[in-house]
Design a protein around this ligand. Structure first.
Ligand code: FES
Length: 484
C-alpha cells in the first residue's frame, strides 16, 4: 500500500492506494473531481498539478495523465480557494503600456500561498488566474524556518519547488487556445526571502543580525526560460510584495500621511509622511492565519469566519455554510471581540472558563486567547512605534490601507474591539486585498510603474523594532485588550 498526500485549499490529506493507480481515478474515488476541459486527452494543460516524490525533483504533471506508482505528494492549484486571496482593489486606473510579448503573467510568491494572473499583453485582458499553497511550506511554515532549511540542506530543493509551482500555475491560468511558449514576460513579486529562494541566492545574510540583504532585486532575469522582472525589495524583511502593495493601493501616489499594513505571520507596515516611507516588519506569529490555535484552521470551507452576539449568546457563520471545522483568522478576531463584550474574557485576557465555547463543538482555550494577544500586540505596537518615530498621532493619518488575504476578510469593528487597530482609524480603513499581486500586474501592464516602484523602494527607511525600548514598552502595553 502506498500513500498520496494531497494538498488542496491549504489542507493536506493522506489517501492510501494500491499502486499503480491513475491519479484522476484515485481522486474520483475520494469524491474529488478535477475539471478535465479536454476530456483528459492531455492537450489543454488545465489539469496541471505539482507532483513530488521523496528525494525527487518537484515536477509539474498533467493530472489526467499521471499514474501514481508509489508514495507521492500532489498540490492542486485552486483558483477558488478562499484561503488564497487573488484579487486586489486598486483605485488607480491602468494606462496600458505593457511589457513586450504575447502573453504575460504576474505572480505573488507568498510564504504560505502563491497567486498568479495571466494576461494578453496587447490589450491587457486577463485570461486566467490561479493560486496554490507554496509547496515550500512542507519544509518550514515561516520565513526563518525556510531560511534555516536552505542553509542546512541547500536552497536547490526549495528553488525547484517554487519553480515547479510557478509552472503549474501558468498551466492552470492558460486557456486551451494558447500555449506555454506564448508566455513572453513574467513579473514575480514576494518577500525578500522568497525572491532569494526563487533565484537560488544563499539566504544566509537574512539569517542573523544585522539582517542585511545583499540583494534587493529590482532587476530583470530569466525564470523558466522566460524574461522576468523582480520588483525591488525595501530591506531584508520588507519585500517587493510591500513595494507592489504601496504602488497599487495608491498610497504612495496619494501622498499625505497614511499607513499600509499587511497583516500575516509577519506584519509589514509602511508609514508614509513627507514622501518618506518608514517601514518595519513585526513577527505576529501564525494566529491570524488560524494556525497555532487549538481549533484554528485556514480560510477553507467549514471555517468559522464570523462570530457575533445574538440574544446574549454567540452565533457564528462558516465559509460555504458548511458544518464548522474550526476557526480561521477573521473568526478568531470576531470571537475574541464577542467574548470581551460578553465579559467572558477580561481586558487582561483572563477567563474563569477552561473552554470558551463558540458553537458547533468549536471552542477556544485560554492559551488561544494568549496567542491572539501576542499577535495583536506585535502589530499594534509596531503601528504605535512607527507613529511615535514620526511624531504622529493616529488621528493624523488620512488612510489606513489593509493589504493581504487576512485583511480582506477582517471585520474592522472586531479589529478595533481587540485593539489591533486604533479606534480613531476605523472610519479611515481601505481594504486593498492582494495588492501585492495587483501591483505586480500593474508592473506587467504599465511599464512606467517600474520607475515608481523603484522610487517607492528608494524612499523606504527601515525602522528596526528588535531591541527598540519604545517598541518593547508598547508591546507590553498592547498585550491588554481595550477596556469596554
Ligand atoms: S484535462 Fe486537458 S490536459 Fe488534462
Amino acid at each position: 500500500m502506498a500513500e498520496l498526500i494531497l494538498i488542496q485549499s491549504g489542507r493536506a490529506r493522506a489517501i492510501p492506494f494500491e499502486p499503480p493507480r491513475p491519479f484522476s481515478e484515485l481522486l474520483a474515488s475520494e469524491g474529488i473531481h478535477m475539471a478535465h476541459p479536454c476530456g483528459g486527452r492531455g492537450v489543454c494543460g488545465k489539469c496541471a498539478v505539482l507532483y513530488e516524490t521523496e528525494g525527487g525533483v518537484p515536477e509539474t504533471k498533467l493530472g489526467c495523465q499521471l499514474v501514481l506508482t508509489g508514495d507521492a505528494r500532489v498540490t492542486l492549484p485552486d483558483s477558488r480557494a478562499a484561503s488564497i486571496q487573488l484579487s486586489g482593489t486598486s483605485s488607480l486606473p491602468i494606462t496600458l503600456s505593457p511589457m513586450k510579448g504575447r502573453l504575460g503573467a504576474a505572480l505573488d510568491i507568498g510564504t504560505t500561498t502563491i497567486a498568479a494572473r495571466l494576461f494578453r499583453l496587447a490589450d491587457g485582458r486577463c485570461l486566467g488566474e490561479a493560486g496554490m499553497v507554496n509547496p515550500q511550506t512542507q519544509a518550514a511554515a515561516d520565513v526563518m524556518g525556510r531560511i534555516g532549511y536552505a542553509m542546512k540542506s541547500g536552497s536547490g530543493h526549495l528553488q525547484r519547488q517554487v519553480l515547479g509551482a510557478i509552472e503549474t500555475l501558468l498551466s492552470a491560468c492558460l486557456p486551451s487556445e494558447h500555449s506555454r511558449e506564448e508566455i513572453d514576460a513574467l513579473v514575480l513579486t514576494g518577500n525578500t526571502a522568497m525572491l532569494y529562494l526563487l533565484t537560488g541566492r544563499d539566504p544566509e545574510p537574512l539569517s542573523h543580525a544585522p539582517f542585511q540583504a545583499d540583494c534587493l532585486f529590482g532587476t530583470a532575469c530569466q525564470v523558466l526560460g522566460i524574461p522576468a522582472y523582480l520588483p525591488p525589495c525595501m530591506n531584508a524583511f520588507v519585500g517587493a510584495d510591500i513595494t507592489c502593495a504601496c504602488l497599487d493601493s495608491g498610497q504612495y501616489d496619494a501622498g499625505g500621511i497614511s499607513l499600509l499594513c499587511d497583516i500575516g505571520t509577519n506584519g509589514e507596515l509602511a508609514l508614509l509622511k513627507d514622501g518618506v516611507l518608514r517601514v518595519c516588519s513585526t513577527a505576529a506569529g501564525p494566529a491570524f492565519e488560524g494556525a497555532g490555535i487549538s481549533c484554528g484552521c485556514g480560510g477553507v470551507e467549514g471555517a468559522i469566519d464570523r462570530v457575533w452576539i445574538e440574544d446574549g449568546a454567540l452565533a457564528y457563520g462558516t465559509i460555504g455554510g458548511k458544518p464548522p471545522i474550526g476557526l480561521c483568522g477573521s473568526g478568531l478576531l470576531d470571537a475574541a471581540a464577542a467574548l470581551l463584550d460578553l465579559g467572558l474574557v477580561d481586558d487582561t485576557g483572563a477567563t474563569d472558563l477552561d473552554r470558551l465555547e463558540i458553537g458547533g463543538g468549536i471552542a477556544l482555550l485560554p492559551r488561544d486567547i494568549r496567542a491572539l494577544q501576542l499577535a495583536k500586540a506585535a502589530i499594534a505596537a509596531g503601528i504605535r512605534t512607527l507613529l511615535h518615530g514620526a511624531s504622529l498621532a493616529p488621528e493624523q493619518l488620512s488612510t489606513l490601507y489593509i493589504a493581504g488575504g487576512f485583511g480582506a476578510h477582517l471585520n474592522i469593528e472586531s479589529a478595533v474591539r481587540i485593539g489591533l487597530i486604533p479606534a480613531s482609524l476605523s472610519q479611515k480603513v481601505r481594504v486593498v486585498g492582494n495588492a501585492a499581486l495587483s501591483g505586480a500586474c500593474r508592473l506587467l501592464l504599465e511599464e512606467p510603474s517600474i520607475r515608481r516602484a523603484h522610487a517607492i523602494a528608494d524612499s523606504a527607511r527601515h525602522v528596526n523594532l528588535g531591541g527598540d525600548p519604545v517598541f518593547n514598552e508598547y508591546y507590553m502595553d498592547e498585550m491588554f485588550f481595550p477596556e469596554s
